[in-house]
Design a binder for this molecule. Structure first.
Ligand code: M6R
Length: 595
């Protein structure tokens, strides 16, 4: 949550900061702020609302500045709580939470400090002022020692000019190395227009950025961003979410490229863990939101394909439970951003007790990729819409490949592996056929757009997909939706079904088809409307349900990779017909870097 950006160099800082804030807006869009230093002159602007409405005019002179897009945690959404926060000439932008801010603030007030905001962040500016003698980085180091919590911070001051001091603890910070200067940002999307060379700060590190160089306490490796600048633009699409759904077939292709052998997979990121994985008794799959839905699908995939005990958990729950952990267990963390706080806290705990920590991650160089001992990138490119779509497809693809990998270490036959692999190769084409049908899905979404409650059902592999369909609908449309296993309907939810609560049923031709048909009939008997996601060629289902969206036939274990696509499209078009703010739904942020 919250995006931070800063520039120091030969160019004007203002347009670079505006550009960066627009790229980072997905991380928080309650308010934004900019601070430009030009010798002793300070320009400070704070505004409630969205940076996307800022036209970048009123250029302010200055080659040094910082900026922030806020997702409110401590303190309401108002101008005084927008960053940068200033005290006595020290300007701070912060992503994270100062957990002990109340105690610190009380002490500072006793010393005579006056506060201008209700935020936790403001105490950082005050602490720096207390510690400052003549060197900003020294003051920052001393101030941060007093803080409990998480931070990615950038600080500037006319009292120690020509530098930006940055620091990281549990919130991401990267430095973009440009020909004419340096950019600090929360993630690579904010620097990609200017450079592909980045350095990632580790927890506890402090760095000083100057026009002609940067200094971190230790030597760091330069990484190269492997996507193009247009990957962070909407192109011909009205919303990032639609663009990202349209990329889903491509994501399957990218994620599998060079990784599929004839009867096995080649996953470089698991090579060093190969021997431990052979001896692993059980896999925990951990994620949040959509990442959890992928983890849950992974649980079914691993049981079925790999023949290994697997259990999916929400990170926010498992981190406080007493589940059995130890060196014979592995944990796979599933995350688009690789920065989700609950995942990272759980990862830390798992590592401490000797569990093998692995990641399925999209963002290169993110904390999750650095804290795990191995893993597999989903290679989706940047995902900007708050609602996660293509990343989910990337996660399912990678989890399928990991299941094959684990299966071939166990009892998965060469023939079965071959069958799954050759069908995986067909999926980009089959996925594109579903997208070709987007007009029908758009019409259906419009037809149902007056309903305020939806039920999503699926069984086995499609149960997590029902949860995913429901989450997507609720988060961008603000209508109530729930996803449950079809078999659970009669244990309670059926009481809610009537002509005002339509059901979306994933009823593909597979081992639970007949059971799903019975569940659909239970709904129809209560006057519930049903939209079915069904397998091409299934004529029978048309006579039972109100509407059908057909998807191509595939192997049962691969169905989620296709059945998800119409649900993502349905949610998108539903929200479109309600005129919602699709890419930036209210109250949410893309990366949840606080607990
Ligand atoms: O970056 P992550 O994949 O770890 O994010 C996890 C969730 O916050 C995320 O999937 C969230 O649920 C999405 N907004 C759902 O569309």
């Amino acid at each position: 949550m919250c995006g931070i950006i800063g520039y120091i160099g030969k160019k004007q800082a203002y347009p670079i900061i505006i550009n960066g804030l627009k790229k980072l807006e997905y991380r928080g869009y309650d308010s934004y702020g900019i601070c430009i230093l030009n010798n002793d002159n300070v320009f400070l602007k704070k505004k409630v609302g969205r940076i996307s409405n800022e036209n970048g005019e009123n250029l302010r002179d200055g080659n040094l500045g910082i900026g922030h897009s806020r997702w409110a945690t401590t303190g309401g959404v108002c101008e005084k709580n927008a960053h940068p926060h200033e005290y006595n000439g020290f300007y701070v932008v912060h992503n994270g939470i100062v957990e002990n801010y109340k105690e610190l603030k009380e002490d500072l007030i006793k010393k005579g400090h006056k506060f201008n905001s209700d935020t936790d962040t403001e105490v950082i500016a005050h602490l720096i002022s207390e510690e400052f003698k003549d060197n900003l980085e020294d003051a920052v180091r001393k101030a941060l020692k007093k803080i409990i919590g998480s931070y990615g911070v950038a600080i500037v001051s006319p009292k120690d000019k020509d530098k930006i001091v940055i620091a990281k603890m549990s919130s991401p910070i990267i430095i973009g190395i440009c020909k004419d200067g340096h950019i600090v940002a929360s993630d690579p999307s904010a620097v990609i227009d200017f450079t592909k060379q980045i350095v990632t700060l580790d927890d506890g590190e402090i760095a000083v950025l100057k026009k002609d160089g940067y200094m971190i306490l230790k030597e760091k490796k330069i990484e190269i961003i492997d996507w193009e600048s247009d990957a962070v633009s909407k192109g011909e699409y009205e919303h990032f979410m639609l663009k990202e759904i349209m990329e889903e077939p491509n994501v399957i292709e990218n994620a599998t490229q060079g990784r599929l052998l004839e009867d096995n997979v080649k996953l470089g990121g698991l090579e060093t863990s190969k021997e431990r994985l052979e001896k692993t008794n059980k896999i925990y799959l951990v994620g949040c939101g959509t990442g959890y839905h992928a983890a849950k699908t992974g649980e079914y995939l691993m049981e079925e394909i790999a023949g290994i005990d697997a259990e999916a958990h929400m990170a926010s729950e498992i981190r406080y439970r007493n589940v059995r952990l130890g060196p014979n267990y592995a944990a796979i963390f599933v995350s688009q951003s690789g920065e989700t706080a609950d995942n990272l806290a759980c990862l830390k705990r798992m590592k401490e007790v000797g569990v093998l920590p692995l990641g399925v991650t999209n963002v290169i160089g993110s904390t999750q990729t650095r804290e795990t001992e191995g893993g597999v990138y989903t290679r989706c490119g940047p995902e900007i819409a708050v609602a996660s779509t293509k990343a989910f497809i990337g996660q399912l693809t990678v989890l399928t490949m990991i299941s094959i990998f684990l299966g071939r270490q166990r009892n998965l036959s060469k023939e079965r592996a071959k069958e799954i692999i050759s069908e995986l190769k067909e999926l980009p084409r089959k996925g594109s056929l579903i997208l070709d049908n987007h007009k029908q899905i758009q019409e259906l979404a419009k037809k149902y757009s007056q309903f305020k409650n939806f039920w999503f059902i699926g069984r086995k592999f499609n149960y997590p997909i029902a949860m995913e369909g429901a989450l997507k609908l609720k988060e961008i449309s603000y209508v109530h939706a729930e996803g449950t296993p079809g078999g659970e309907l009669k244990h309670g939810p059926l009481a809610l079904i009537d002509e005002n609560c339509p059901t979306i049923a994933i009823c593909t031709k597979d081992s639970v088809y007949d059971k799903m048909i019975s569940n659909i009939e239970e709904v129809k008997a209560r006057n519930g409307k049903v939209i079915a996601i069904a397998t091409e060629g299934d004529g029978k289902i048309k006579d039972i349900v109100d509407d059908v969206i057909y998807i191509p036939e595939t192997l049962e274990c691969l169905t989620p990779l296709l059945s998800t696509i119409p649900l993502h499209l349905f949610a998108y078009y539903f929200a479109l017909s309600l005129n919602r703010d699709i890419d930036k739904p209210r109250n949410l942020a893309k990366s949840v870097t606080v607990e």
